[in-house]
Design a protein around this ligand. Structure first.
Ligand code: ATR
Length: 277
């Protein structure tokens, strides 16, 4: 029996070497018995749209998009989901019916990871640290979970205020890190890029409680500086962003292949690889 050619997918970025998307999607595919090829492609900064049209003409079915091309991908798409449009960024392209469809699966990846960890989002009070692209990308799916309030605290408060205005939802509010003092939260999500440079967003230790959940969108071999600090302040439940990474990939896979893959085996494989690497 002849094997059909695999459907082709890839991820665009610059840099791209670090991307784990090919591994993640190949595991999803083999566990769900889908025949796909998934590669990573380094694209020159001014070459994104050419790279996409070349791939479409070669029969490519879809692509993930990572930094710095998510905004360009948004502009390139013929059809956008509401969550991609509000996020101002596209991480998942689908090529079908002669059109380019753009979606953003980051927020749903975060939500699914939180729910998988048993975090209750309905009627919760959430504090998000940061007001950059990472936050803009997740706000609509977070709001769709019906929290009571989402407070956005940022070093540059005006950026947090701009985000509230952009999403125009009465459950959103903006403040400085200091102004979180005395407020009560069920969940804190660190979405600043501070962890990447080993820094901590300067929030008051007094807002950390033993019952709250602390989440960092970043992950690494060791606990991130924010999660380490939260633990030292008494937080019992701390979660890093590895599950969000796998979760956003799972939503992309579901869009392309019509099946929702099991994320846990992939998280386990990656966790081991990260610990050993
Ligand atoms: P991303 O796409 O990862 O969100 P970004 O759009 O550059 O990247 O946003 C980075 C976020 O991390 C911003 O909210 C930034 O705060 P400012 O808006 O005040 O710049 C925040 N950030 C980066 N380094 C930080 C630090 N050392 N302490 C606190 N916040 C920091």
């Amino acid at each position: 029996m002849t094997q059909q050619n695999p459907d082709q997918y890839l991820v665009y970025g610059n840099p791209i070497e670090q991307s784990r998307s090919p591994d993640i999607h190949q595991i999803f595919a083999s566990k769900s018995q889908h025949n796909i090829s998934y590669k990573k492609q380094l694209v020159a900064l001014d070459d994104f749209s050419t790279a996409v049209s070349d791939f479409i003409s070669q029969g490519g079915k879809g692509a993930n998009v990572t930094a710095p091309f998510k905004e360009q991908a948004l502009r390139l798409a013929d059809v956008l989901t509401e969550r991609a449009s509000l996020a101002g960024a596209v991480n998942t392209l689908t090529f079908k019916e002669g059109k380019i469809f753009g979606d953003n699966t980051d927020g749903e990846g975060l939500v699914q990871d939180l729910l998988m960890h048993g975090v209750i989002l309905k009627q919760s009070r959430i504090l998000i640290l940061g007001a950059g692209g990472a936050v803009r990308g997740v706000l609509l799916p977070m709001l769709a979970q019906n929290p009571d309030a989402i407070t956005i605290a940022n070093r540059t408060v005006s950026k947090a205020k701009d985000l509230c205005q952009h999403f125009s939802d009465e459950r959103l509010s903006a403040c400085s890190f200091d102004e979180t003092t005395g407020q009560e939260f069920d969940l804190i999500i660190n979405a600043t890029s501070a962890s990447l440079s080993g820094d901590l967003p300067p929030i008051p230790a007094s807002i950390i409680t033993t019952t709250m959940v602390c989440y960092d969108m970043v992950y690494g071999k060791n606990k991130t500086p924010f999660l380490q600090w939260a633990r030292e302040q008494g937080a019992l439940k701390v979660i890093d962003g590895l599950g969000m990474l796998v979760g956003q990939a799972a939503v992309s896979f579901a869009i392309w292949r019509g099946v929702i893959p099991d994320v846990q085996p992939v998280i386990d494989v990656l966790r081991t690889a990260i610990k050993e690497g």
